[in-house]
Design a protein around this ligand. Structure first.
Ligand code: PLP
Length: 395
């Protein structure tokens, strides 16, 4: 048979089919054993509903029938939406971000793709701290680049090491992606850490005569526990490009709304923003969803109810503690990344399934020997999963 898809995609589909298989296995188990019997901790799709103010705003804009509500606008997004995002970021970071530094995007995923398309030459490298969100591999490859992982470990609470980063950077490194609060570890990088990383990027840039952007992928920026403050990448990195979205902070993942903000301190930032706007267009996004731009402009400072996630984090950590798992208590996001018991990840995943627990093996995040639990699920399901975790650990 003559293949219809390209060879690279054939390979990618094989890699991606693992996640699909897990999803199908979950559906099958729900059908066979009953949905209420299955404890599905595999997906990062918030169970929370958007805040009331967001729902009201959606209803109001949809009903008001203003002329042009559904038309194209500038590829960068509405000026008022960009202004609101810029005001919010400037207030939080103390850096003079203006509307001209902001592009509204189709989620953080769309944002990452326009940034990488704008900066990568074929063969360029993007440094990333592992474990990491593996979609970065595909996003870099979309634009001719490749991810270079820099390992972190549970022993140091997944804190990035600036010296290890410096060793991994080459003349081909165009960017570092940081993700704090982190998927899958729940780590939040402190300010001193970000400043050390900035120092490493500056030194390497001077060594190779390059400029290495710090892309801060921060869809979880508003989800942090125990009063932990998430430092502002714009304030800590000279060449910061913030990529964020309202998928998690306002539980709007399906509405695909986010933004990119490029620091005014980047030399040539105007050219970079022009490039981002063009890439938004030619990647086929054209512009971020119109209605959602209005909604997030109304709710720029809003966030989910933190008590909601804190309750779930505490409940799952208590169960893991009681069952004797070795894990780093998450400071942010809604994931925890414990070590598997018994060494073999695949066998552990199968044993978990036998106890009706669905998890993702750590290799799916370049973090072998671990598994990821996503606790953005019903609090009641977490409580009911206790016996299953105790039995799994006792095995
Ligand atoms: N970056 C990370 C680390 C994520 O976990 C996700 C989604 O789960 C994304 C980016 C994509 O977010 P969005 O839905 O805003 O495109």
């Amino acid at each position: 048979m003559i293949g219809v898809i390209n060879k690279k995609l054939e390979g990618d589909l094989k890699k991606a089919s693992y996640v699909r298989k897990m999803f199908e296995q979950g559906e099958e188990l729900r059908r066979l054993r009953g949905a209420d019997k299955i404890f599905d901790f595999s997906l990062g799709n918030p169970e929370a509903e958007p805040p009331q103010s967001v729902r009201e705003s959606i209803a109001r804009h949809a009903a008001d029938g203003a002329p042009g509500l559904h038309r194209y606008m500038s590829n960068a997004g509405y000026a008022f939406a960009r202004e609101r995002v810029a005001e919010h970021l400037a207030e939080q970071s103390g850096v003079g971000v203006g509307a001209g530094n902001v592009v509204m995007t189709v989620g953080a995923a769309g944002g990452l793709n326009i940034v990488l398309k704008a900066i990568l030459e074929p063969g360029d490298e993007v440094a990333v701290f592992a474990p990491y969100f593996k979609e970065y591999d595909f996003y870099a490859e979309n634009h001719g680049g490749r991810v270079v992982p820099v390992q972190t470990s549970a022993a140091s609470a997944f804190r990035p090491d600036a010296e290890a980063l410096e060793r991994a950077i080459t003349a081909r490194t165009k960017a570092l992606i940081i993700n704090s609060p982190n998927n899958p570890t729940g780590a939040v990088y402190d300010e001193a850490c970000l400043r050390e990383l900035d120092g490493a990027l500056e030194r390497c840039g001077q060594k190779y005569g390059t400029r290495i952007l710090a892309i801060s992928d921060e869809p979880y920026a508003k989800i942090a526990y125990d009063g932990v403050r998430v430092p502002q990448a714009l304030a800590c990195f000279r060449n910061a490009v913030v990529v964020s979205s309202y998928s998690k902070s306002l539980a709007l993942a399906g509405e695909r709304i986010g933004y990119v903000a490029a620091s005014p301190n980047i030399e040539g930032v105007g050219e970079l923003v022009d490039g981002l706007v063009f890439c938004n267009r030619v990647l086929g996004f054209v512009n971020a969803p119109a209605l959602m731009q209005r909604v997030v402009a109304d709710n720029a400072g809003a966030g989910v109810d933190m008590a909601y996630y804190a309750e779930r984090r505490d409940a799952i950590c208590a169960i893991l503690d009681e069952a004797g798992f070795d894990f780093v208590r998450p400071q942010g996001a809604f994931y925890v990344f414990p070590k598997v018991l018994g060494g073999d990840e695949e066998a552990f995943k199968d044993r978990a399934v036998a106890h009706n627990i669905l998890i993702v093996p750590g290799s799916g995040f370049a973090g072998p020997g671990h598994f990821r639990l996503s606790f953005c699920v019903a609090a009641d399901a977490i409580r009911r999963s206790r016996d299953a975790f105790l039995a799994l650990a006792a095995e």
